[in-house]
Ligand binder design. Structure first.
Ligand SMILES: NC(=O)c1ccc[n+]([C@@H]2O[C@H](COP(=O)([O-])OP(=O)(O)OC[C@H]3O[C@@H](n4cnc5c(N)ncnc54)[C@H](OP(=O)(O)O)[C@@H]3O)[C@@H](O)[C@H]2O)c1
Length: 409
């Protein structure tokens, strides 16, 4: 399989560059060592653990492997694993492709076979310590005779955590936190929703996607809105959809636009094999029987007050809706509007990320992308931190996350 350009595989590791952590008088930074294990041996003597260059390269590759199944593993995280033999050579790799399927470590160990003995497992998430639909990866690593495990992100899931402690108790050297931020980025939705659930607030990570003109309009004065953004931006939305477990819209959007809410190639109309759940938030069940969201292209849930209960305004209780989506295994949900439902989600503090496609157009009149988000004063504005700005064709894609510090600080 072709490797992504941004992350090369671990490759040969017969020699490695000395890392810069160590005092240069002990180990000059340009020294070439015969084997990465030698670096680790020196680290161990000093009571310091760190990844060798080969392990670091392997971690980059494991992160790339994990990214292949973003959008396909819920309620599980994405995980990638590379096994290095005792000489630091890559002898096995794997990723977790779908919930219920083999974990990344199991696939990588299967490829490595006996060559895993005395080697290192490099894995993007702390190996699980429990028996779910598959057995604990810690026991598989111990049984394979792995000497060292290098982990990017500790597992926040209380039922699966404790893998590092189990491995250490069995005499396996464990290092945590290698390229943690990079690995966590690919699992952001899973990590946020899992930590929240552990704190008693189970709900998915919600991404609100909007398309607007430079003056914030989502349609012209006559109601026409197709298309505000370019074909390139609309293609990008389908990639975003494919990374999510569910796509949500209010019944107002369904009645106005009759969207299909599927993942497809907008140029050819060809649908993706794996489709997220379609969710229509529709208090009284007004979604027409012949609406495109009810076609056979994907599963659909028309979520009514009868299903999840009503909020104080008599409409669908959005917190209860989110809790139900979490219970059904959805961790990453794309909210595609429209303005009323998006405003209600923002007002309820249920949006974790905003992805705005902004077209360099001005309309001067027409509906805005969001209505009534519970903000009446500039002091109450929902503050966002930009995390990415990318030009997509003629448009901008702006990604931002709500600033969680209390207002006024
Ligand atoms: N530019 C964009 O990014 C974008 C994206 C999507 C849509 N749009 C445009 O938005 C327009 C439709 O706007 P809209 O605001 O009517 O549609 P909407 O936000 O999709 O749907 C609003 C409806 O959702 C239902 N709903 C159920 N529970 C709710 C709750 N707790 N809070 C709020 N709403 C709840 C309500 O109907 P019930 O009370 O009957 O349940 C409400 O009228 C269309 O013209 C479409 O083109 C633009």
């Amino acid at each position: 399989m072709k490797r992504p350009a941004e992350a090369s595989g671990p490759g040969p590791a017969a020699v490695c560059r000395a890392p810069t952590w160590t005092p240069t008088r002990d180990l000059p930074p340009d020294v070439t060592l015969p084997c990465p294990r030698a670096v680790n041996a020196r680290c161990a003597q000093k009571g310091v653990e760190m990844a060798s260059d080969a392990e670091d390269r392997a971690m980059r590759w494991a992160i790339a492997l994990a990214s292949r199944s973003i959008g396909a593993t819920s309620p599980n995280p994405v995980v990638g694993c590379v096994i290095l033999d005792a000489a630091g050579q890559s002898v096995g790799e794997g990723f977790h492709a779908y919930a219920g399927g083999p974990h990344a470590e199991i696939r990588a160990l299967a490829e490595a076979g006996v060559r895993a003995k005395g080697g290192t497992a490099v894995v993007t998430l702390e190996p699980c310590n429990h028996t779910g639909r598959t057995g604990p990866c810690t026991q598989a690593l111990i049984a394979a005779g792995v000497a060292r495990v290098v982990v990017a992100v500790p597992d926040p899931n209380p039922t699966a955590a404790g893998g590092a402690a189990t491995l250490r108790a069995a005499g396996v050297e464990v290092e945590l936190g290698v390229r943690e931020a990079e690995a966590a980025a690919g699992n952001r939705a899973w990590l946020v929703s899992t930590r929240r659930a552990a704190a008693g607030d189970p709900r998915p990570y919600v991404i609100w996607k909007l398309a607007a003109t430079l003056d914030g309009r989502s349609a012209a004065a006559d109601g026409s809105s197709q298309w505000i953004t370019s074909p390139a931006a609309r293609s990008d939305v389908h990639i975003l959809r494919s990374s999510c477990d569910a796509i949500m819209a209010g019944v107002g959007t369904v009645l106005a636009d009759d969207p299909q809410l599927t993942v497809r190639d907008p140029a050819t109309g060809v649908s993706a094999t794996r489709q997220p759940l379609r969710v229509v938030v529709d208090s009284a069940g007004r979604t027409p029987a012949d609406a495109r969201v009810r076609d056979g292209a994907a599963r659909t849930w028309v979520a009514t007050t009868a299903d999840v209960g009503a909020g104080p305004d008599g409409r669908v209780d959005l917190a209860a809706l989110c809790a139900e989506l979490f219970n059904r295994g959805h961790r990453r949900v794309l909210l595609e509007g429209g303005p009323r439902l998006s405003g209600a989600f923002l007002a309820a503090g249920l949006v974790d990320e905003v992805v705005a496609y902004v077209a360099p157009k001005l309309l001067g009149a027409g509906p805005t992308a969001v209505l009534d988000a519970g903000v009446t004063s500039i002091d109450d504005a929902i503050g966002l931190e930009l995390t990415d700005v990318t030009r997509i064709g003629p448009d901008l894609r702006i990604t931002a996350v709500p600033i969680s510090t209390p207002k006024g600080e």
